[in-house]
Ligand binder design. Structure first.
Ligand SMILES: Cc1cc2nc3c(=O)[nH]c(=O)nc-3n(C[C@H](O)[C@H](O)[C@H](O)COP(=O)(O)OP(=O)(O)OC[C@H]3O[C@@H](n4cnc5c(N)ncnc54)[C@H](O)[C@@H]3O)c2cc1C
Length: 693
């Protein structure tokens, strides 16, 4: 309560400026120091869409999140976003505006962000069960147990609505758990106002008269919560007779009781929160409490964005395997990770996506082997519920079977953006599914005996379900579902499916052109542009027209295996980058090793699929192409060097260490037993030996 009543408790009017040490009792001081420590931990995070010290939000980081949210003296509203989600990019100005608007409420409720698209934060977002982006969660103050927060925001995310849900949330705290810096928000009884008149209270009391459903009073109370020499109260739903008694012509209005007890109605130009707040802040003697000198995110730690990566030159007429593999990694290890278990329709969707990938993805051998193993495992698994961790173990090749590998390093090439928050995953997602539709059209028999062979719409239907279940951007999913509902069922051939996706992608290009999510270096245009496909463009009676036969031909070439470039893929050296690549690979291997050691879990989950899967793992060759085999296998083999193989089963360093510890422990035990029995037998001999006999 020091925050709200600090001025009233001991200060005269006008109160002399006091040091913050004298303002706060020692326990509160300690609390404040702790808070400072936590907040200093919370803010220096680097984020790509929001910058610590520049934007008025608390930029959270993995590792710190739990610490900051646990037992916090303030409540929190955290936006879990992904810098690769176009809607998150477009929404960022609104969020910044909201955070700026309520920054005075900071000691009571804080506004934070966590970038789930940042590799460092993947695990944390999984822990918090973030299903899509942006996801908004409220966290109560003084929560000791881990909680994933409360979802209270609906589709309306306008600042005013968010502000109001913040207030509701604050009021929803129990008396004991209420943030100490949050002043009482409940309305006073109209009659209680009279008790304040003509008393020397030494501070101002502003009373906001308003309608029952109005939030203005509570907003003004919070706006002034860091100011001293003033207390703001509210009276809601006072009847006309009462208002007339005080000469209040309309609501909302401010009635002011001066420090010496005199009082009167304050005519304010416009009955708006901002007008009320700014008038009250400007009253003589009203000033910010020293508590407000708590560090705020603004102006603090103006850290440069450290995520800027070196630009990679690329040919836009080519398809880069690095984009496709990075996209696959992101889909399987990041987007999917938000689902703790897969079951029902989601599991079916995942199985179908994996079937499509295993049959149609024109990948390098280790990736294809991994996808095929995953497919066999999923198809033969008799379970109707699979924990995501079991899938992840397989993706990470936890059993360390030779020849299975999918990069866990993001390397955007054709999908790189001029800023880290632009392009990336969504670009690769489009490319991945264009590739799959084209591959299905080029190899119509590839899906035979999979259950997906009968319909030319199969790839697109699976894509739609995949977007609905696993694509983080909710609004994108909604738009895509609308487009699919309109026209997907009319497709009769695999070629039509290729053209349908091309057309719909262009519809999205047109819709998002000029949005904040657009990379200025890669403006949204109708694609393919004349420079990469002159034959695709025609003019009919002076108007532009597509030559769809040519477009189809172009797409079939552009998204074919022959157009794929392998530079920047794992294990692929390229001019000038050999040393760098080697270094990166080594650090990748180190990370992989560490992660496997940390996550040493029971591999039985992987064995439940039965001997078929294990057989596949034991190195049976798959009919995939040999391209890229050497490079990627070298990575896999390097990886294997860290483990010892016995009867085809890999043992990690931790396994080996455990063996040694067990060995030493059992040797010690045997030695102790040996000496114990020796001593006993000696004693026994001494007791029963009869030298005199
Ligand atoms: C299903 C889906 C729906 C989306 N909906 C929205 C939305 O509603 N609002 C929003 O802001 N963002 C949306 N996005 C994200 C948006 O479409 C872009 O992916 C993102 O803005 C990045 O753009 P980009 O410049 O990398 O090009 P992208 O549009 O991602 O295109 C990637 C690459 O595909 C190729 N390409 C471009 N057009 C075509 C085409 N017509 N046919 C074949 N290949 C093409 C080009 O080589 C291009 O570089 C959606 C993404 C997906 C996957």
């Amino acid at each position: 309560m020091a925050a709200a009543d600090g001025g009233r408790a001991e200060g005269g009017f006008p109160a002399p400026r006091r040091g913050w040490r004298t303002l706060l009792p020692p326990p509160l001081l300690l609390l404040l120091l702790l808070l400072l420590l936590l907040l200093s931990c919370a803010s220096p995070g680097r984020s790509r869409l929001y910058q610590a010290g520049v934007d008025p939000v608390w930029v959270l980081r993995a590792g710190m999140v739990r610490q900051v949210l646990r037992d916090s003296p303030s409540a929190w509203l955290v936006q879990f976003y992904s810098s690769s989600c176009g809607h998150c990019v477009s929404f960022a100005p609104t969020w910044r505006a909201l955070a700026g608007d309520v920054h005075e409420w900071d000691p009571a409720i804080r506004v934070g962000v966590l970038d789930c698209g940042d590799e460092e934060n993947y695990g944390t977002c999984k822990e918090y069960g973030i299903p899509y982006y942006p996801t908004f969660r409220y966290f109560r103050a003084f929560t000791r147990q881990f909680t994933t927060g409360e979802s209270r925001l609906g589709a309306d995310r306008e600042p005013q609505t968010v502000r109001q849900t913040m207030i509701d949330f604050l009021q929803n705290h129990s008396r004991e758990a209420k943030p100490p810096a949050c002043p009482p928000l409940e309305p006073m009884q109209p009659e209680d106002i009279f008790a304040l008149f003509d008393k020397n209270l030494l501070h101002y009391t502003a009373v906001i008269f308003e309608k029952t459903d109005s939030y203005v009073g509570r907003e003004v109370i919070l706006d002034l919560s860091q100011y001293e020499n003033i207390v703001v109260k509210r009276v809601s739903g006072a009847d006309a007779v009462f208002l007339e008694k005080l000469n209040i012509p309309s609501v909302p209005s401010t009635y002011l009781i001066y420090p010496n007890g005199s009082h009167g109605f304050i005519p304010i130009l416009k009955p708006l929160r901002s007008f009320f707040s700014s008038y009250l802040k400007s009253l003589h003697g009203v000033r910010r409490k020293l508590l407000s000198q708590l560090p705020t995110p603004v102006g603090q730690n103006r850290e440069e964005n450290m995520d800027v990566k070196e630009w990679k030159d690329f040919d836009k007429s080519k398809l880069y395997m690095a984009d496709l593999e990075s996209g696959l990694h992101y889909l399987l290890r990041v987007e999917l990770a938000t689902h703790k278990t897969l079951e029902g329709a989601e599991l079916k969707t995942f199985k179908d996506v994996v079937i499509l990938l295993a049959k149609l993805f024109p990948g390098q051998q280790p990736v294809m082997k991994l996808l095929e193993t995953l497919e066999v495992w999923l198809v033969s698994l008799p379970l109707d519920k699979i924990p995501y961790d079991a899938i992840l173990d397989l993706l990470n090749n936890k059993m360390r079977i030779s020849g299975l590998f999918l990069t866990n390093r993001i390397q955007w090439v054709g999908c790189q953006g001029s800023r880290p928050e632009l392009r990336g995953y969504t670009c690769s997602f489009w490319k991945l599914f264009h590739t799959l539709t084209v591959q299905a059209a080029l190899r119509p028999k590839a899906l035979l005996n999979t259950g997906l062979e009968d319909s030319p719409q199969a790839v697109l239907r699976t894509m739609e379900r995949c977007i609905q279940s696993f694509f983080g951007c909710r609004d994108c999913a909604q738009h895509f579902a609308e487009m699919a509902r309109e026209s997907l069922s009319s497709l009769k051939t695999l070629d039509e499916a290729v053209l349908w996706l091309w057309e719909k992608h262009n519809v999205v290009n047109a819709r998002v052109a000029g949005d904040l999510s657009e990379d200025p270096k890669f403006p949204k245009v109708q694609w393919p542009t004349p420079d990469i496909c002159p034959a695709c463009h025609e003019e009919i009676k002076g108007a532009h027209a597509w030559n769809k036969d040519q477009v189809l031909q172009f797409l079939k070439h552009h998204y074919s295996s022959d157009n794929i470039v392998y530079t920047y893929t794992e294990g692929q050296a390229h001019p000038g980058e050999g040393v760098l690549q080697e270094e990166q690979e080594k650090s990748q291997l180190r990370k992989e090793g560490q992660r496997n050691e940390e996550k040493l879990q029971d591999p039985q989950t992987l064995l439940v699929a039965g001997p078929r899967v294990v057989d596949r793992w034991m190195g049976q060759d798959s009919p995939v192409k040999d391209r890229g085999k050497k490079g990627a296998e070298s990575v896999v083999q390097e990886d294997m060097k860290q483990a010892v193989s016995f009867l085809g089963v890999g043992f990690s360093n931790v396994d080996m260490s455990l063996c040694i510890v067990l060995y030493i422990a059992s040797s010690l035990f045997l030695m102790i037993m040996y000496f114990f029995f020796r001593m006993r037998s000696k004693r026994w001999k001494v007791r029963y030996s009869r030298p005199y006999v």
